[in-house]
Design a protein around this ligand. Structure first.
Ligand SMILES: Cc1cc2nc3c(=O)[nH]c(=O)nc-3n(C[C@H](O)[C@H](O)[C@H](O)COP(=O)(O)OP(=O)(O)OC[C@H]3O[C@@H](n4cnc5c(N)ncnc54)[C@H](O)[C@@H]3O)c2cc1C
Length: 471
């Protein structure tokens, strides 16, 4: 019987482990090595006085169904909740004022430019400049281009810096001018080629087929619930608190070295952040190490504050605030937890999440927790005028929390996969490669597991109609 292993029990590694256990022949041993004492990686939920405070992600995008389908497969369908009915989106803080986000933004394209007219976010000349998209010739995007540069060329720099960049910062925590078009919104290149104007293209897109319901869901007791149930229901051999130090290809399989011992396995999924994967693999496969080193990361911190409703009650029609770069603030976004999600009971405290950390903003995590809370509170006061003392403050650190998909990212990943093609029983998975966000990471974990099973000749045929995983 083959022995298989997954390294890293973030959501990508957990999805891979479950798939290996489900689809390998009975009796196959599946080891899961996790450096921390707990699973979940970036996913972690704390409940204080019945209020959910997420350390990292809180939203499952439904348009990419892999994560929601996994929740359902785990028996959590009844625990999924959607956005609060009154929530109408976030504001953008610019030049000392809050501005509603003009509706109609699709993949960074202001598909309804008439809504820009009423916005105080842009100057009049910038509003007119956005219309230039309708007649400007296409800008070359081969082999890849910067998302920000393409959008600035089509709509002008204000639309990018004040509107699109802060929205995307929530997903990629990156600098829009260095983000890869192909790795983030590849459809924009195709739209430009087909229609010239991105506004015209966005307006002609049909609504996503077969997709109804809210754009995002969450779990009412926090997304960590999904992680805990995954661990409970996956009969793997768990090695918590046991980081893998080295991976060495050996005798047609791999030798894994940890502080507790050596393990020989036939197939392997490495679902760790790129810098950690490089540490494990770089010595045995230096070309892979060099390519992994080219994927940079941004440090992030989330400061969770709980207020008594009498001290601070955010507006119920707003989910939070986004803050573009250039405002002298480390804060990139604020989420009003109770206004964002349709919790069955009104929460006894108002939970506010303050996101700190921008691409290129080194040194954020050198500050201690008190300093990060002080900074979050000072900036919250500047943005929202909140002076109230929180009942509780929690700091969640995400060192190297977000990989940066720089221009050429997909090409780098393809070269990396080519180098590793010598070992088809070894696959990489996780947010460093084919998509940031839980749905992409679940799908990636599944793909990696299926490929490893096929390569070690251990795939059990799956009956037609049971394979749908949204990947
Ligand atoms: C603040 C924040 C907010 C986010 N919001 C959202 C959101 O709302 N919706 C969404 O879909 N996505 C969101 N994301 C992105 C999402 O959280 C990630 O895409 C996803 O959790 C990454 O999963 P992963 O398994 O690839 O990596 P990780 O979660 O980083 O897991 C990697 C695991 O590998 C382990 N590890 C590292 N080195 C070793 C080693 N040597 N040996 C063994 N184990 C090791 C780590 O301890 C960790 O558990 C957010 C991310 C952050 C940081």
């Amino acid at each position: 019987m083959p022995e298989l292993a997954v390294v890293g029990a973030g959501i990508a590694g957990l999805a891979a482990a479950r798939r290996l256990v489900e689809r390998a022949p009975a009796g196959t041993v599946v080891h899961v090595f996790e450096a921390n004492a707990r699973a979940g990686g970036a996913i972690r939920s704390e409940i204080t006085a019945g209020v959910v405070l997420e350390a990292g992600p809180d939203s499952l995008l439904t348009r990419k169904p892999a994560a929601v389908e996994l929740c359902r497969a785990l028996g959590l369908a009844d625990e999924l909740i959607g956005p609060a009915p009154g929530a109408r989106g976030a504001d953008i803080f610019w030049a000392g004022r809050l501005h509603p986000i003009p509706p109609g933004l699709m993949a960074g394209v202001p598909s309804r430019p008439e809504t820009l007219w009423r916005s105080g976010l842009l100057s009049w000349s910038a509003k007119l400049r956005a219309l230039a998209d309708l007649w400007r010739p296409p800008k070359p995007t081969e082999p890849d281009a910067s998302l920000g540069e393409l959008l600035a060329y089509r709509f002008g720099p204000q639309v990018v810096d004040r509107l699109v960049a802060p929205l995307l910062a929530g997903i990629y925590a990156g600098d829009i001018r260095t983000l890869s078009l192909k790795a983030t919104f590849p459809q924009l290149a195709a739209w430009q080629d087909q229609y010239g104007s991105l506004i015209r293209a966005a307006r002609r897109q049909p609504p996503p087929a077969g997709h109804r319901g809210p754009p995002f869901l969450t779990l009412r007791t926090g997304l960590e619930r999904m992680v805990r149930v995954l661990v409970e229901k996956t009969s793997a051999t768990w090695h918590f608190g046991e980081p893998v130090r080295r991976v060495v290809p050996e005798g047609g399989g791999f030798r894994l070295e940890t502080d507790r011992g050596r393990y020989a396995v036939d197939g392997l999924v490495l679902a760790t952040p790129a810098p950690r994967t490089r540490e494990m693999l770089g010595e045995a496969v230096p070309e892979a190490g060099a390519l992994l080193a080219e994927i940079p990361y941004t440090d992030l911190a989330v400061v969770g504050l709980l207020f008594r409703p009498a001290a601070f009650s955010p507006p119920r029609d707003k989910t939070g605030v986004l803050v573009p770069a250039g405002q002298g603030l480390a804060l990139t976004a604020v989420t009003f937890v109770g206004s964002k999600w349709a919790y069955p009971e009104p929460p006894p405290y108002e939970a506010v999440r303050v996101f700190l950390g921008r691409a290129g903003d080194a040194g954020l995590l050198e500050h201690d927790d008190d300093a990060l809370v002080a900074r979050a509170r000072a900036e919250l006061e500047r943005v929202l005028g909140v002076r109230a003392e929180p009942e509780t403050a929690r700091v969640f650190r995400h060192p190297a929390g977000m990989p940066q998909y720089r221009v050429g990212h997909l090409d780098r990943v393809a070269r990396l996969e080519q180098v590793l093609a010598r070992w088809p029983q070894l696959r990489l998975a996780g947010q460093a490669y084919h998509g940031v966000g839980i749905p992409d990471n679940v799908a990636d974990g599944h793909r990696a597991a299926d490929a490893v099973l096929a390569a070690v000749g251990a795939a059990v045929p799956v009956a037609l109609g049971t394979r749908g995983d949204g990947a």
